[in-house]
Structure formats: structure tokens, C-alpha cells
Ligand binder design. Structure first.
Ligand code: ZN
Ligand code: ZN
Length: 241
């Protein structure tokens, strides 16, 4: 599992015919108060947790799982992860926590056609993505995680409860699927998505000082060019109305 910087570790996604999100572990290792972000696709729990152990991290140190959002490629292996990390809490933005608790899987699958395809491919049953959420996150909360304070940014548009996690002291942004490297952005045609919200979210992120961009897919960026996020917003402006 590559170290990105002190207190931030990446377990790269292993894409199948559906993408598998990157997972990140945040928190200072010595704190034994670590957080796993976005477990990933079905079938990826052993790969992700084994990668954590290979770093010499005790699974017991993972105290919680935070979801940037609850699309299938991020939450698919959450149940399997919790079988190995049974003590871990689940923290999700309120707007996606409430559907998860009710078993409303529209956000998980994004569209009906995809639900049918995945149910066949992975033999998933209705209710497979019903979870009790221990903490419902809100915009502006500051999370003290393993000796680091991460800010929760509600950045809807790709999904209604998408969050970014921002570590101001080093300009580290974990934006989920809202923005990627290479001027790419998350899709905005799935359940709960809205193009105009995505635009607002990009502009909001563009106001932050971001040095390191750690998205849910594709490559991560160190030394992000100044103005990169606003430039990305500008390139997509005509589509995001
Ligand atoms: Zn994704
Ligand atoms: Zn997504």
C-alpha cells in the first residue's frame, strides 16, 4: 500500500468490468485511530485489508469507514470489510446515510439498468446495501482523525451526499468522484446527481488551496497546478447548467 504522505495511504482500485474505487487510509499510524475511506467494489475487501496489513497496520487500528459517497464502486465491499473489521463505525453524509438506513438503493446503483446488470453479475439481493450509519456527517464538520483535523465539505452534484475531505495544513483534498486528474469530473446523470450543483461544488473546491488531489479513480496528483480546479470547472461550464 503506497504511502502518499505522512498520515495518508493509498490502496489503488483494481478495476474489473466495473471500476473499483481507490481506498485511502488516513491518520497518523502511531495514533491507532485510523480511518478507511471508500472500501470499493464487491470482491475487493480482502485485497484492500490485506494491503493495509502488509503496511504493518493492525486492522484493529481502523476505527471507522468514511464514504465519500455511496455508489456501488465505493460501497460494494463495505459489508465484507465489516466482517473483518466488525468494530468499525460507518460515517456518511446525512443525505446518503438516511437512504442507506432505509434500504433505498437508488443512489448505490445510480440507475435501474445498472441495478439489474449488477444483481445478475454479482448475485446481489435487495437489501444488500442496508447499513446502520453511526455518524451522519454535515458540511463544515471538523473530524479529529488520528491526530489530523480533516474538514467535511458537502459537494453534491455527482451524488446528493458527496463529500470531500480536506486537510488544510498540507492542502490535501480527497474529493471522491467530484473531480479527477486531467480535467475530468464525475458523471452527473445518475440518481441524485445535478449538473448545476456539481458546478457549484467545483467552484467551492476551487477556492481551496489544494496541493495534493486524491480522487476516487485514476491517477493522484502531487503538486497540483494553481488554479487547476477552477480551470476544470471552466472547461465543463457549458455542460453544467
Ligand atoms: Zn467511483
Ligand atoms: Zn461515484
Amino acid at each position: 500500500m503506497p504511502k502518499v504522505t505522512d498520515g495518508v495511504y493509498l490502496i489503488p482500485g483494481q478495476d474489473e468490468f466495473i471500476p473499483d474505487s481507490h481506498a485511502y487510509v488516513i491518520g497518523n499510524l502511531s495514533s491507532c485511530d485510523l480511518t478507511l475511506i471508500d472500501p470499493g467494489l464487491m470482491g475487493k475487501s480482502d485485497y484492500k485489508i490485506d494491503a493495509i496489513q502488509e503496511m504493518g497496520i493492525e486492522p484493529k487500528a481502523i476505527k471507522r469507514v468514511i464514504m465519500t459517497h455511496t455508489h456501488l464502486d465505493h460501497i460494494g465491499c463495505l459489508a465484507a470489510v465489516l466482517q473483518r473489521l466488525s468494530w468499525a463505525e460507518i460515517w456518511v453524509h446525512r443525505l446518503e446515510a438516511e437512504p442507506l438506513e432505509k434500504g433505498d438503493e437508488r443512489t448505490v446503483y445510480g440507475m435501474e439498468m445498472f441495478r439489474e446488470m449488477c444483481n445478475t453479475q454479482y448475485a446481489l439481493k435487495p437489501g444488500a446495501f442496508t447499513f446502520r450509519v453511526n455518524r451522519k456527517l454535515e458540511d463544515g464538520e471538523r473530524l479529529d482523525i488520528g491526530g489530523m483535523v480533516w474538514e467535511v465539505l458537502h459537494i453534491p452534484g455527482h451524488s446528493m451526499g458527496s463529500i470531500g475531505l480536506y486537510y488544510g495544513p498540507e492542502g490535501i483534498l480527497i474529493p471522491g468522484d467530484v473531480i479527477y486528474a486531467d480535467y475530468a469530473i464525475g458523471r452527473f446523470d445518475l440518481h441524485g446527481a445535478r449538473a448545476s450543483d456539481l458546478m457549484k461544488s467545483l467552484i467551492r473546491l476551487g477556492e481551496l488551496e489544494v496541493d495534493m488531489l486524491l480522487p476516487g479513480h485514476n491517477r493522484i496528483v502531487n503538486n497540483l497546478a494553481p488554479g487547476y480546479i477552477l480551470e476544470t470547472a471552466k472547461q465543463w461550464e457549458s455542460f453544467l447548467v
